[in-house]
Design a protein around this ligand. Structure first.
Ligand SMILES: [Zn+2]
Length: 176
């Protein structure tokens, strides 16, 4: 009990390979993530490749993590390409906090998450994959981390699963 990998759940095998792709650096832009031109969070709100944005605010937005630790794992990011939490002005910090609260409420409502890991890795040394653009992780947790979308997940490839997750959360967000 307690280890999601021991559970007979096809979702775990769907999600994990993409986490590995991230760890091994596949898909990393040649120029790296440091400049806005190569930054997936700068592409986030309006970029043609990004259909994973859940909600847009005035100063921050919420976007699903392409390499989630759990289904529903999203990130709250400022639009500005700044690396450090202390770079935010008061209005950005306030909206980031509000978005984080809304994300928790929405994910709880949609998925019945039992808990969350919330936080920011500041700097590559602290484990930030994309250190140049601040992002707050919101990772839903379940007892045993069984997944909440087995119905849509078992037979679909991951991009479709992410789209479904995004649509589900975006709809709940607008209703919140
Ligand atoms: Zn950026």
């Amino acid at each position: 009990m307690g280890d999601a990998r021991e559970l007979d759940d096809g979702l775990d095998r769907l999600w994990t390979p993409h986490r590995m792709a991230y760890v091994t650096g596949e898909g990393r832009p040649a120029q790296g993530y440091d400049k806005p031109s190569g930054c997936p969070f700068c592409l986030g709100p309006d970029g043609p490749g990004n259909s994973l944005v859940v909600a847009r605010g005035e100063r921050v937005f919420a976007v699903l993590n392409l390499y989630p630790y759990n289904p529903g794992h999203l990130m709250v990011c400022p639009y500005r390409h700044v690396p450090d939490y202390t770079d935010l002005d008061a209005a950005e910090a306030a909206e980031m906090a509000a978005f984080t609260q809304t994300a928790m409420r929405v994910i709880r409502r949609v998925s019945g998450a039992h808990g969350f890991n919330i936080g920011m890795n500041q700097g590559a040394v602290a484990g930030a994959g994309i250190a140049a653009h601040l992002h707050q992780h919101v990772v839903p947790r379940w007892n045993g981390d069984t997944n909440f979308m087995p119905v849509v997940g078992r037979t679909k490839v991951l991009p479709q699963l992410l789209d479904d997750t995004r649509d589900m959360l975006a709809k709940a967000w607008t209703e919140s």
